[in-house]
Design a protein around this ligand. Structure first.
Ligand SMILES: [Mg+2]
Length: 282
């Protein structure tokens, strides 16, 4: 009799675990809040609202792409061409941009997670990508289409996974980017560092500009560095900002945050503690 009772209660527990799993993994994909352990991501709400609601964010995005256009025009100036080493004068020009939070806005995916207290999950991220619903960052379409019209090759170098390639190409085309092809959408295949991908482009083109929301989009000198070392690297090349390298604002997420966590996999509570400890007080 006792054994029967145990089997019955074990069965009930197993059924409850399975049904929770089933609900979690089916409803999340349909855009319905999933039954899942809630995470501490309320702190991201300010940054997400700022991206979605602040005219200041919008104007900074235009500012970045206006500056990019001026830099490109300056590159075409005859005086500039004379200053280039001879081997570079006839090399075709390229502009490299990152995708997420540089030319496409994923804040709705971030907002969904905040509202439902969900952690970042690859499955949900892929599902968002499949929707092809990301809007263009203000100014991005005009600038990149201008670059295209001047014969400059645009490369979208992103750490989206290669399995997301078709959806990414579709999304970029849908929002109006011209000349988006299999060749110039360069996603992650093996490593997250973009250095090898940048080098492969540099072997054929003269890279006039690099644009990203993350320092790692620009050079490998910033990769996996501490906060102090990132600052040091930024200061070392202070005259390059706004010239060769243009940064888009992204306070929602990024390597800047990973640096606060010292690139460690931490619990929510540990992350929260690191964030509070990192605050500079009077
Ligand atoms: Mg990005």
């Amino acid at each position: 009799m006792k054994a029967k009772k145990y089997i019955l209660s074990f069965g009930l527990v197993a059924a409850s675990i399975l049904s929770t799993y089933f609900i979690t993994h089916t409803t999340a994909q349909q855009g319905v809040p999933a039954v899942q352990a809630s995470v501490d991501n309320e702190y991201q709400a300010g940054a997400t609202l700022w991206m979605q609601k602040a005219g200041e964010y919008r104007s900074l995005a235009y500012q970045a792409f206006n500056l990019a256009r001026w830099r490109l025009d300056a590159d075409f100036d005859k005086k500039n061409i004379k200053k280039l080493p001879k081997v570079d004068r006839k090399r075709p020009r390229a502009v490299i941009v990152d995708i997420d939070e540089t030319v496409l806005d994923n804040s709705p995916a971030q907002a969904f997670n905040i509202k439902n207290r969900l952690p970042f999950g690859v499955k949900d991220w892929y599902a968002w990508g499949e929707m092809r619903k990301a809007k263009a960052i203000p100014g991005a379409v005009d600038f990149l289409n201008y670059a295209n019209s001047k014969g400059v090759r645009v490369f979208f170098v992103s750490n989206r996974d290669n399995v997301q390639k078709q959806a990414t190409i579709d999304n970029l085309k849908n929002v109006g980017f011209a000349n988006v092809t299999e060749e110039n959408v360069v996603l992650r295949t093996t490593e997250s560092s973009k250095e090898a991908r940048r080098q492969a482009i540099a072997a054929k083109y003269r890279i006039v500009l690099l644009m990203g929301d993350n320092l790692d989009d620009l050079s490998n000198v910033f990769e996996r560095k501490s906060i102090a070392d990132r600052f040091g690297e930024v200061d070392k090349v202070k005259d390059d900002w706004g010239k060769r390298w243009i940064v888009l604002p992204n306070a929602m997420y990024g390597t800047w945050e990973s640096a606060i966590y010292e690139y460690k996999a931490l619990t929510d509570a540990q992350k929260s503690e690191k964030r509070v400890n990192a605050l500079e007080l009077p």
